[in-house]
Write a protein that binds this ligand. Structure first.
Ligand SMILES: [Zn+2]
Length: 237
């Protein structure tokens, strides 16, 4: 018997009464589980076998498929289903994480952060754009692509003026080195804002002023490093 925390990122109907759940697990990365009988209205697995369900579960492994035996729902982020904007952002997060997550490879920080952003999106804070940008840049960092906003990628000098941000180099060219690299011109204010988004916790993100340019840089940065930019759910945002 195996226990783990799981977040359902996709549910697929299977046979007459069953579902196959695609889930992010805290300790096993991406997994698939059969949830037997979970389409029946009296199933004890009905609540934990829905999209967005976050639960602590017990399962057994049969060949390469997990079989869900029991689960306790921790959260289903219910309010996501009451707010169309929050719902779309939540779906984008699930699509993103199901693309990024790997089987047999896990990072419990990424799992915890994903649960945390869904909690914030569903608590109707209205900062969906800011929360999502913070998730994107923190995710890039956790995957090993942390941008450096403090030092020049060329000479190492501390950044304290306007500079040029290179996505490919993962950092800034200072005013003295600006001719050595290509990228996007950014003001010191914009640099400070990006650093704050990277460092600030979700609960405090609302106070940061974020421009469309910064949203775009952050998203382009993540997409460059994960090698995908055509997420279906992004068209809905
Ligand atoms: Zn420099």
């Amino acid at each position: 018997m195996i226990t783990d925390e799981i977040l359902v990122v996709k549910e697929v109907s299977y046979k007459e009464n069953d579902k196959i759940l695609h889930a992010l697990s805290r300790m096993r990365g991406k997994i698939q589980l059969i949830s037997k009988g979970s389409k029946k209205s009296n199933s004890h697995l009905i609540n934990v076998s829905q999209l967005f369900a976050y639960s602590k579960c017990s399962m057994t492994l049969s060949r390469d498929m997990y079989i869900l035996t029991s689960a306790d729902l921790i959260d289903n982020f219910f309010n996501l289903k009451n707010n169309i904007d929050a719902f779309f952002y939540g779906n984008y997060i699930l699509e993103l994480i199901s693309y990024v997550a790997q089987e047999n490879e896990y990072d419990s920080r990424i799992f915890d952060m994903t649960v945390a952003i869904l909690k914030h999106l569903s608590s109707s804070s209205n900062y969906y754009d800011k929360l999502t940008a913070a998730y994107e840049i923190k995710l890039a960092s956790m995957l090993g692509y942390k941008p450096d906003f403090l030092h020049c990628v060329s000479c190492g000098a501390e950044i304290n003026t306007d500079a040029r941000f290179s996505i490919a180099e993962g950092g800034l060219y200072c005013s003295g080195c600006v001719n050595y690299g290509s990228g996007i011109n950014v003001t010191l204010n914009e640099i400070i804002t990006m650093e704050r988004i990277l460092k600030t916790r979700f609960e405090d993100i609302g106070s940061i002023e974020v421009s469309p340019k910064i949203y775009k840089i952050i998203r382009d940065f993540l997409f460059y490093y994960i090698g995908k930019d055509n997420f279906t759910t992004l068209k809905l945002l």
